[in-house]
Design a protein around this ligand. Structure first.
Ligand code: NAD
Length: 264
């Protein structure tokens, strides 16, 4: 099993630090022989990402801001020059104004609605349009979503709407690229303590609640997500596409809190 990703080259977008879900995925892929390139958003993140990338043997580290067309064009031009191929891609990017990730969804501003959708949803399509020409049959793309897409989660608000759009995009992209043999899937992760995760108000409460009420009664780690990503990025999942795969200790299967919690 060790060489599951041997001979495969892929791009990981969305590492901010060693708590990032994208980093958990990168580590799992590197442990199984995959060769990695990384992007970072701005020099401040770059200073954190470069040593992490180097620690898994990567020398391909590029800046990329998904709000900037030129930055995405230049990223894929560089990958085409350096590698000329891409066997997998990880999109682990999201942003919304923290102030709007609390209170009522109805109060979402137009500016933040649009920005949240562009960064957290449309960027995956924008990236896939550029990445696909470098991909051959067997290539696999993966994005990250959350259950707030289909059910109301307190304080998730506009991000839930963006994740709903992202999950629909996964299905449409899977259809667009299916005949080219390129697979497109998402992992719906349970709450993980990350920089983006801490932007959601009462994140700690939600984290503890979901842990206490999930069948496995445990939090999800970035290495749990890494393990599932390994399956979706490797040939093990050769016939899986358009799928939203839960890695949430089973929380999404439960419909109400444990009775002993209600009796407290
Ligand atoms: P993180 O803060 O470590 O990663 C978010 C990344 O998005 C950062 O690397 C940041 O630089 C990047 N980003 C934001 N705006 C960008 C832009 N304009 N251009 C390029 N990059 C940009 O947090 P994370 O929790 O690891 O988030 C990764 C993904 O996982 C996100 O899509 C998030 O919604 C999703 N997710 C997180 C959780 C959780 O509980 N943390 C649960 C389910 C899904």
């Amino acid at each position: 099993m060790k060489g599951l990703m041997e001979g495969k080259r892929g791009l990981v977008m969305g590492v901010a630090n060693d708590h990032s879900i994208a980093w958990g995925i990168a580590k799992a892929v590197a442990d199984h022989g995959g060769e990695l390139a990384f992007t970072y958003q701005g020099e401040q993140f770059g200073r954190r990402v470069k040593p992490l990338a180097e620690s898994v043997g990567s020398t391909h580290i590029y800046p990329c801001d998904v709000e900037d067309d030129a930055s995405m064009d230049s990223l894929f031009a560089k990958i085409a020059d350096d590698w000329g191929q891409l066997d997998f891609l990880v999109h682990a990017i999201a942003f919304s104004n923290r102030a709007e990730l609390k209170g009522r969804f109805v109060d979402t501003s137009r500016d933040n609605f649009v920005r949240t959708m562009v960064i957290s949803c449309f960027s995956f399509t924008d990236i896939m349009r550029r990445a696909a020409p470098l991909m051959s049959p067997g290539a696999s793309a993966l994005t990250l979503t959350y259950a707030g897409s289909t059910r109301v989660m307190p304080n998730y608000n506009v991000m839930g709407v963006a994740k709903a759009g992202l999950e629909a995009s996964v299905r449409y992209l899977a259809s667009d690229f299916g005949t080219a043999g390129i697979r497109v899937n998402a992992i719906s992760a349970g709450p993980v303590r990350t920089l983006a995760g801490s932007g959601v108000s009462d994140a700690r409460l939600m984290f503890n609640y979901q842990r206490a009420n999930s069948p496995l009664r445990r939090a999800v780690t970035i290495s749990d997500v890494g393990g599932a990503a390994l399956y979706l990025l490797s040939d093990l999942s050769a016939a899986v596409t358009g799928e939203i795969h839960f890695v949430d200790s089973g929380y999404s299967t439960v419909s109400m809190p444990r009775l002993e919690m209600l009796k407290r």
